[in-house]
Design a protein around this ligand. Structure first.
Ligand code: FAD
Ligand code: NAI
Length: 469
């Protein structure tokens, strides 16, 4: 067994782990990263954010060429899908990104170890390689950044061929005629969009009577109408009570969530997307007495510290939204704390984006929660229909909604349904980091013609003075 000495050892090289490693190395620490996948970047780069966005981009380009070009006088575009090439494009994007992490590790003198990490004692991590070899890392501090795994639907076995998780849905060999998606959350709508654009009929079965729980209610009401035009069918307030696979296809048995008669839906492929669970198996946490929550998350204090001295945790395996940028910011914060600085994350201003067409982007509070908390607020709303650039881009669907405190005018939340919403949301995030008001946003000069002008107009609408509405 070989032995090494480090200031910091991070288990998991997803957005939480790799960013933490780089920041800690910048701050002068000798850093090791342990990763059991052959490539770095975690769920996000390998089977999450990056491959899904590559397929979303490819399928959106196909959709545009097929349906939007002629109107602009670009004829002769009858695009055909070459799934093999589309998947090769996606794999190339993934490889480019994971290789990028190797480069950054080298540049910052972070030492990577490929193998499964286990904390065998305080300050000791054992790495078991694929060939069974064991390497011992002695480390002043350890950060657990082991992420999350797919949540299973009880009684339903995922074979990644006919019944798939997001991982299988990112590599289907052909376009299914009928894709049934279980769960109208982020994965269901994003990957459902990919296959709907490529020609599948997509039926989304959702337990609740709305889509995207936790997001703005107006978005949840308006968005399904847009998705229906793209080939989606929604079965809300419905639960799946069984899934049977045969060689010729899958039968999904559904019934009303409140109880009632069951019904069979025939499909070629079923995507199970009902959430993700923290992943901490095999880390040896029980033996060390590391406290876990009932939901299987590693329990941490405000400084990412577990109850065991020298062991910290970040990302999907701890509380909070399961988002890559949240994991990254926690990685930076914990590295800074370990270096004696005062790293922190503002959980009130973490944007969330659903990369569909149009996109959904959100930061801060939603009306439903403000009502429940008895906070007096004012809403300013502006539709993209009144925005010149949106019309020129053939993307007039959706709106911007700014929610401000009724007394102080401080912006409490911004919700956007529209093309490029995921880019526009950041001006709201910056404003909110500085506790800005709707008037601050409304009086900031926005370039014309841009979609972002709709954000300014919505802020003006808070004071009932939008110009183009
Ligand atoms: P992970 O990225 O899960 O990384 C953890 C790593 O730890 C893994 O590589 C794992 O192999 C490794 N590991 C686990 N146990 C051990 C061990 N014992 N030893 C060694 N290594 C170990 N988020 C967004 O913000 N935007 C998006 O667009 C987005 N799209 C997504 C699309 C899909 C299909 C999915 C599934 C997720 C998406 N997410 C997105 C969520 C995002 O991927 C996660 O929030 C993010 O990856 C969490 O980062 P992490 O570092 O905590 O964990
Ligand atoms: P999710 O939590 O977003 O949505 C799951 C949906 O499934 C919910 O609407 C829920 O009500 C429903 N559901 C739960 N049990 C069900 C059942 N038995 N039958 C029918 N419906 C059921 O989870 P999802 O989409 O799996 O994504 C997992 C995580 O990955 C999310 O937390 C998300 O943050 C992250 N992610 C983020 C992305 C982004 O930021 N763009 C993209 C993809 C994933």
């Amino acid at each position: 067994m070989s032995e090494h000495q480090f200031d910091l050892t991070i288990i998991g090289s997803g957005p939480g782990g790799y960013v933490c490693a780089i920041r800690a190395a910048q701050l002068g620490m000798k850093v090791a990263v342990v990763e059991k996948r052959p490539t770095h970047g975690g769920t996000c780069l390998n089977v999450g954010c990056i491959p899904s966005k590559a397929l979303l981009h490819a399928s959106e380009s196909f959709e545009e060429a097929g349906h939007k070009f002629e109107k602009m006088g670009i004829n002769g575009c009858k695009p055909k899908i070459d799934i093999k090439q589309m998947m090769a494009f996606k794999d190339e994007v993934v490889l480019g990104n994971t290789k990028g992490i190797d480069f950054l590790f080298k540049k910052n003198k972070v030492t990577p170890f490929i193998g499964t990490g286990k904390i065998v004692d305080k300050g000791v991590v054992e790495v078991t390689g694929g060939d069974g070899s064991v390497t011992k890392l002695a480390s002043k501090n350890i950060v657990i950044a082991t992420g999350s795994a797919v949540a299973n639907l009880p009684g339903v076995e995922i074979d990644e061929k006919q019944v798939v998780s997001s991982t299988g849905a990112l590599e289907l060999p052909k376009v299914p005629k009928h894709l049934v998606v279980v769960g109208a959350g982020v994965i269901g709508l994003e990957l459902g969009s990919v296959w709907a654009r490529l020609g599948a009929k997509v039926t989304v079965v959702e337990f609740l009577d709305r889509i995207l729980p936790g997001m703005d209610g107006d978005v949840a009401k308006t968005f399904p109408r847009m998705l229906k035009k793209q080939g989606f069918e929604f079965r809300l307030g419905t639960k799946v009570s069984g899934v049977k696979t045969t060689k010729s296809g899958v039968t999904v048995t559904v019934e009303p969530a409140k109880g009632g008669e069951s019904e069979d839906i025939k499909a070629d492929v079923v995507l199970v997307a009902i959430g993700r669970m923290p992943y901490t198996q095999g880390l040896g946490l029980e033996d060390l007495g590391v406290k876990m929550s009932q939901r299987g998350q590693v329990e941490i204090d405000d400084h990412f510290k577990t109850n065991v001295e020298g062991i910290y945790a970040i990302g999907d395996c701890v509380r909070g939204p399961m988002l890559a940028h949240k994991a990254e910011d926690e990685g930076v914060a914990v590295a800074e704390i370990l270096a004696g600085q005062s790293g922190h994350v503002n959980y009130d201003v973490i944007p969330g984006v659903v990369y569909t067409m149009p996109e959904v982007a959100s930061v801060g509070r939603i009306e439903e929660d403000l009502k429940a908390d008895g906070i007096d607020y004012v809403v300013g709303k502006f539709a993209f229909m009144g925005n010149g650039r949106a019309k020129a881009n053939q993307t007039p669907d959706g709106f911007v909604k700014v929610i401000a405190d009724a007394k102080t005018d401080k912006v409490l939340g911004v919700h956007i349904l529209g093309a490029s919403a995921g880019e526009m949301i950041h001006e709201a995030a910056v404003l909110m980091e500085f506790s800005g008001s709707a008037e601050d946003l409304a009086r900031t000069c926005h370039a014309h013609p841009t979609m972002s002008e709709a954000v300014k107009e919505a802020a003006m609408a808070v004071a009932k003075r939008a110009i183009h509405a």
